[in-house]
Design a protein around this ligand. Structure first.
Ligand SMILES: Cc1cc2nc3c(=O)[nH]c(=O)nc-3n(C[C@H](O)[C@H](O)[C@H](O)COP(=O)(O)OP(=O)(O)OC[C@H]3O[C@@H](n4cnc5c(N)ncnc54)[C@H](O)[C@@H]3O)c2cc1C
Length: 508
């Protein structure tokens, strides 16, 4: 008998550990609910609720095969060692996990225990993320090959093993505070498959040109991120579905292709980016806590207003309508489109001059799709502390005018501004009497942006900064190719040498 330990791969399809174990004999399909993990500061009730829905569906799928999911609550080493000794298990199979610092340390403990107990641990890749990688050279080609490999079918059946499990605990038993997220995406595989299918059949046509506006993005982005983060869909099945869609689109007459070709190309790149960013965290697990570039390790941004401004930003009370609408929308839905994520993070890091860690932690708790490898890389990028990316300081007034010109999104999420005339919806402080319940801006946009730019530029000017930046590019930068990640946003390409040069974009 073998154990298959499910982590962030909550599916029976395209699941190498399950398929291999099932082909050999009886399997204990195990999920360990670890109370200590749920007490970490980046974990939230919405993640737990989404997980519960995913596990419910996984249990149904496994039960249909003949053996339900075995849920155990407690410490992974204790649970695994008990199951191994009681059931004579000598092999545990699982997918590699590249997640937060807590799971990284737990995996080290599990491996140390397994070595001492003579238990064989077999880990398989699921995202094309390489362990102990010495260089990024060749990475993209290997990723392409892995995505093109055949999908692994679900086992036909599982032998019943009669192993007891624990009941599902209430979130408050794990110390999780209530987390009201009324418009959260539903968990599970079925919901993910529906979104994949509707995106590739009709929603995705407008993706390329509507992904940035908070008005159009919720309908036209794929919305696959939480399903990829919890592994109810495999990256390979999503990648292969979009490849088939691209081939099918290529056969259509020009008019029927319109929109699709560019949209699917952009989508394909983003799937690649997902794993590119996760590889960064795999290579540098400390990036969750520490900037990639050493020049920012002791970067002190403390100031007297920092605590109050962080709280106002979190509550959607900054006085900048689009920022506040985004933060409130995020509370209620667990999702924001890329550009709005970048804008709220940039506003916190530059205009409010907050250390990146506070806002990053808050966003981690709010994103249902929280994926540390992407999240911390992006939070660092949008705060200008990777040292290798263009400094992009998003102007929240310009973003508001560009991405929500009629104020539709703002009015939906900031009811205090519902009656504001169009001429003032992006700048209500120009006539405060029209929105007495809405706060004045925390900072002067132009002054704060310029001060932040000057401070960041002063750090970047030093020769030491450039030398260290080259080392960061060598370790983490992409190596060109079709999916080159410029880290400057959609559709732009730059060389890694260029990436290391000082650049500023101030008025986005
Ligand atoms: C500050 C910040 C924090 C972020 N944190 C997360 C996070 O915790 N989890 C997460 O999945 N994404 C994160 N992103 C990336 C991106 O915003 C989301 O992946 C995307 O908005 C999810 O919506 P979607 O599934 O509709 O994406 P789509 O636009 O439809 O893209 C398809 C898939 O590609 C991947 N993807 C898209 N954009 C990116 C990107 N810029 N970098 C890496 N992968 C990408 C995701 O897996 C996504 O599901 C973050 C971005 C920023 C700026």
């Amino acid at each position: 008998m073998e154990i298959v330990w499910f982590k962030r791969d909550l599916r029976i399809h395209d699941h190498a550990p399950l398929a291999t174990a099932a082909a050999k004999g009886p399997v204990i399909p195990l999920y360990i609910l670890e109370p200590e993990l749920w007490q970490q500061p980046d974990m939230a009730g919405r993640h737990y609720d989404f997980l519960a829905e995913c596990l419910g569906e996984l249990d149904r799928d496994l039960t249909a095969l003949g053996q339900p999911l075995v849920l155990r609550i407690g410490d992974a080493v204790e649970i695994l060692s008990t199951l191994c000794s009681v059931h004579g298990v000598t092999t545990i199979r699982m997918h590699q996990e590249t997640w937060n610092g807590w799971t990284y340390n737990r995996d080290r403990r599990v491996r140390a225990w397994a070595r001492s107990a003579g238990i064989h641990i077999v880990e398989e890749m699921q995202f094309g993320i390489h362990r102990r990688m010495m260089s990024r050279r060749g990475w993209a080609g290997k990723w392409d090959a892995m995505m093109a490999a055949p999908i692994i079918p679900a086992p036909r059946s599982l032998m019943p093993v009669h192993v007891s499990g624990d009941g599902w605990p209430d979130p408050c038993q794990l110390g999780l505070a209530g987390d009201h997220c009324p418009q959260r995406q539903p968990g599970g595989r079925q919901a993910g498959l529906e979104r994949l299918s509707s995106f590739l059949s009709h929603r995705g046509r407008a993706y390329r040109f509507s992904m940035s506006s908070p008005v159009t993005a919720p309908a036209n982005c794929s919305r696959l991120s939480p399903y990829l983060a919890f592994g109810t869909l495999s990256m390979r099945e999503v990648w292969q579905a979009q490849t088939r869609a691209r081939e099918e689109v290529d056969q259509r007459p020009a008019e029927a292709r319109r929109g699709w070709t560019q949209s699917l190309k952009s989508f394909n790149s983003r799937l690649h980016w997902h794993c590119h960013f996760m590889q960064k965290l795999e290579d540098e697990p400390v990036a969750e806590f520490r900037p990639f570039h050493p020049a920012y390790h002791d970067f002190d941004k403390s100031h007297a207003d920092a605590g109050a401004w962080l709280a106002a930003w979190q509550a959607g009370q900054t006085g900048y309508p689009l920022v506040d609408a985004c933060m409130r929308h995020l509370d209620a839905t667990g999702w924001l489109t890329f550009r709005m994520r970048a804008m709220v993070m940039s506003f916190a890091a530059y205009h409010l001059w907050l250390d990146w860690r506070g806002p990053a932690l808050h966003l981690a708790r709010r994103f249902t799709d929280y994926e540390p490898g992407i999240h911390y890389s992006q939070c660092q990028m949008q705060s200008g502390i990777t040292g290798i990316n263009t400094i992009r300081i998003y102007n929240p007034i310009k973003q508001s005018q560009d991405q929500d010109p009629d104020g539709e999104f703002i009015r939906a999420w900031v009811p205090e501004l519902a009656a504001m005339p169009d001429t003032l919806i992006h700048t209500p402080w120009l006539k405060p009497s029209t929105a007495p319940d809405y706060p004045p801006p925390l900072v002067d946009e132009r002054r704060a942006r310029r001060a932040a730019a000057a401070a960041m530029f002063a750090i970047r000017k030093s020769g030491v900064h450039a030398r260290e930046a080259a080392a960061v590019v060598e370790k983490h930068g992409s190596r060109g190719g079709r999916h080159f990640v410029s880290d400057r946003g959609p559709g732009r390409r730059i060389s890694s040498g260029h990436a290391a040069r000082n650049q500023l974009e101030l008025d986005l």
